[in-house]
Write a protein that binds this ligand. Structure first.
Ligand SMILES: Nc1ncnc2c1ncn2[C@@H]1O[C@H](COP(=O)(O)OP(=O)(O)OP(=O)(O)O)[C@@H](O)[C@H]1O
Length: 277
């Protein structure tokens, strides 16, 4: 790793733009996530969350702008990025023809891990998420929650410094949800960065150190849940998105459906304020 990569933010995008035909999914997105954050990424359906993650993990090429993860350009250097980054995809499915253990061996090998390191990691995760009895089961025969445990494990198996997580707690029972959340906090406290895309605003409020709200491919606001001061993140989310869309806000306060409306200005101001600290 170069000095530049070591001192770079965990995630940095500048003017990131992605279009699918006529649809602009990301519109000059500027995002900076310092290292050591548990960053929540919230937004309505179709806001651009998955597209952002897909670009940042080298799975999709942007039309314009730049992206860096741990100082690495994931489009130009996908192999280098793969070693530094973990991905927990939404609705991912491990290959049906592999057993759980074989899948972890495969995931470890593609990230350059020795057999011994894979075995150690699998051992720890089998205890943490209680799936030791499923290690020799075919992935196709797992329940949805068991599959999710396997996907969580593969995302962290190489102890990456940045992990992208799309809806991490889906299908997990409440006990496992607590364990995963506790693990996220511990992993962050060790200096790593987690980027968590979710519709569960209560979870984001509970675990995230900072939350970004995206709508129509633009970052509208950044909020530190610890500084909400009695306000609820859910209310702030609604206010921010409504002001941008002009819908609820227009009904409730008479604001026009205009991106330059006062509500939209204050949301943009929150991004600037959050970026200063
Ligand atoms: N492969 C594709 N082809 C065409 N349009 C796409 C494609 N993928 C995404 N889009 C569009 O791009 C926009 C952003 O989609 P994206 O999946 O990034 O949103 P999201 O915030 O992850 O949404 P959700 O919360 O519903 O998962 C949406 O308008 C979506 O319809």
């Amino acid at each position: 790793m170069t000095d530049g990569e070591r001192s770079a933010p965990a995630i940095e995008t500048r003017g990131l733009t992605k279009r699918y035909g006529d649809v602009t999914a990301l519109s000059a997105l500027d995002l900076t996530v310092p290292r050591g954050e548990l960053y929540g990424f919230l937004g309505p359906n179709g806001a651009g969350k998955s597209t952002t993650i897909n670009v940042l993990t080298g799975q999709l090429e942007p039309d314009e702008g730049s992206a860096r993860v741990a100082g690495i350009d994931p489009v130009a250097n996908p192999v280098q990025a793969r070693a530094a980054v973990g991905i927990l995809p939404e609705n991912g499915r491990p290959p049906s023809f592999l057993t759980v253990r074989e899948y972890f061996e495969f995931a470890g090998a593609t990230r350059g891990l020795s057999d011994e390191r894979v075995a150690e990691a699998v051992d720890a995760w089998a205890d943490r998420l209680e799936f030791r009895h499923k290690l020799d089961t075919l992935c196709t025969d797992l329940s949805q929650g068991e599959r999710q445990k396997v996907l969580v494990t593969q995302a962290f198996i190489h102890e990456p410094e940045v992990v992208f997580i799309d809806e991490p707690l889906t299908n997990l029972d409440p006990i496992m949800q607590e364990r995963v959340k506790r693990f996220f906090r511990t992993y962050r406290e060790a200096g790593n960065t987690l980027f968590l895309s979710t519709h569960f605003i209560g979870t984001a409020e509970e675990v995230c150190t900072r939350v970004g709200i995206i709508n129509r491919g633009r970052l509208l606001a950044e909020i530190r849940p610890s500084e909400l001061d009695g306000d609820s993140l859910l209310d702030r989310f609604f206010e921010t998105v409504d002001a941008d869309s002009g819908e609820g806000a227009a009904v409730e306060s008479g604001l026009a459906a205009d991106p330059a409306a006062p509500g939209a200005d204050s949301a943009a101001g929150e991004v600037e304020a959050a970026s200063e600290d």
